[in-house]
Design a protein around this ligand. Structure first.
Ligand code: C5P
Length: 284
């Protein structure tokens, strides 16, 4: 079985406070994009074999390995698979690559072993692995609340929009960004978040109200990211750090043809992709 393990961007991310468990209470709107890692899962005669083409990720702590272990434990099945991952999603870029790999491993194993677990059980396992994992268990764009594990699908039209993604050649630690965040400086949910919750927004509207409470911490720390954000705003009219960075994206309207010049200015560290639609996600 070969699976595409898609990346995400956050078009809205509000931090609403600190939780008793040390994590932060979130409201975030996420979209899958057509940038993906490839996961191959094959049944074997026994054991859990894992390999990934990036040395620093090739170990038993990898979230995909954790996902597989939890899956077999919960399903009461003896582990009997080889899992191979080919990485394309930047690491530490705020695009949810590791979480995506874990979620698609859960989804793939469940299918390969004839669906021993319900969707509810997959969500439960996902939230044990990491805050972003549950989002990737669900199809399409969705709001994530709580620590990130409470997922609500949205009715807004946000599929199939062109996204310009700037990919800096360094990663950012999510834990560090949350640690540096000054909660007193945040403003809570704004009107756009409420509009999305009610299901009456479009990407054309959303792209003018992009918001990320983590962004100021990231931009203060990295001058290059501030420069990229300013460039995207000047050229495209919008730009936002995804998650805790380091990647920055712009939502392109159909009229914008700015991407070629942008790629040159970013010395080829820019890619053009788009938000996925339902059909593209389930085809593989
Ligand atoms: O859950 P995950 O391992 O992806 O989170 C990485 C780090 O980000 C956590 O260790 C925590 O410091 C921070 N985090 C947070 N609140 C969240 C999600 C993540 O403080 N809702």
């Amino acid at each position: 079985m070969i699976l595409k393990s898609f990346a995400k961007i956050n078009s809205l991310l509000y931090v609403l406070g600190k939780r008793p468990d040390g994590y932060h209470e979130l409201f975030t709107l996420m979209h899958k994009i057509d940038l993906f890692d490839v996961i191959e899962i094959k049944k074997n005669s026994g054991g859990l074999e894992f390999g990934i083409d990036v040395d620093e990720l090739n170990n038993q702590d990898n979230l995909a390995v954790r996902a597989a272990r939890l899956f077999f434990e919960r399903a009461g099945i003896k582990p009997q698979v080889n899992i191979e991952i080919e990485k394309h999603i930047p690491i530490g870029g705020g695009l949810g690559g590791g979480s995506s790999n874990a979620a698609y491993t859960l989804r793939g194993l469940n299918e390969l072993f004839d669906f021993p677990l319900s969707k509810g059980e997959l969500f439960e396992l996902a939230s044990k692995i990491g805050s972003d994992v549950a989002f990737f268990v669900e199809h399409g764009s969705a709001i994530a609340e709580g620590r990130g594990e409470t997922i609500t699908k949205i009715r807004c039209h946000t599929d199939g929009f062109k996204v310009f993604l700037a990919i800096p050649n360094f990663s950012v630690s999510t834990a560090l960004v949350y640690k540096r965040l000054r909660l007193t400086k945040l403003g809570g949910l704004n009107k756009m978040a409420l509009t999305v919750k009610e299901g009456v927004c479009s990407m054309d509207e959303l792209k003018n109200h992009l918001h990320n409470d983590l962004e100021s911490v990231v931009l203060e720390e990295f001058d290059l990211l501030k420069w990229i954000k300013d460039l995207l705003i000047e050229r495209v009219g919008n730009g936002l750090v995804s998650g805790s960075g380091s990647c920055i994206f712009s939502i392109l309207g159909s009229e914008v043809q700015a991407e070629e010049g942008l790629k040159e200015q970013l010395e080829e560290r820019g890619v053009l992709c788009k938000t996925l639609n339902f059909a593209e996600e389930i085809l593989r």
